[in-house]
Design a protein around this ligand. Sequence first.
Ligand SMILES: [Zn+2]
Length: 226
Amino acid sequence: MFVIRKSALIAAAIFFAAALFASVGISKANAASAEYARYTVVLDAGHGGVDPGVLGVNTKTKESDINLQIVRLLEKYFADAGFSVVLTRKNEGGLYGLPTTGYKRRDMEKRRDVIEQTAPNLVISVHQNNFIADRTRRGGQVFFKEGDEKGKALADCIQSRLNALNGCDYSALKGDYYILNCTQYASVIVECGFLSNAEDEKLLLDEEYRQKAAYAIFSGALLYLS
Ligand SMILES: [Zn+2]
């Protein structure tokens, strides 16, 4: 009898300890989500539709496809952390309607409209680089708008994480691009690698590497917000 009661007590103690541990775990997870729940990020997969962007040096893989794959990975990282996430482009198609005269302008203006309507804390536009004058050039490169202090700080944070991933020592650069200039929100362009470089192309075609690149961008954004 005593033995049964003792084991029942132990079982009850284990049950309560487990329940307490679980509730602490849940509240910790809620706290993590709550920390970032006030932030909204716009993720912009560059190009799409009739505009493939640049093509991989060996496989001719479209930049637009790699951009979307990395944006989808970023979407998961940010959403899991509690962010509100808005994508400009959710599939292979462009945002221009019909591919008639002026489609590129319409495509870019649609992206601007999404950013304006969202009023985000961060805008991350994902691209892949191309430099045929020097095919040895590789690694991630981040751009910000001149005079945009928040954008520069965000770019520096993401650049530092990409440098760590790629073993590079690049600085974030000023860039005069529509997606950076079109709104007042902290915006960066992240060129994750060079599709003109065979090594980068091979890496960018690898799902595991794309996850690492997306995580580097995500952790750079968290560094900026901290
Ligand atoms: Zn591009």
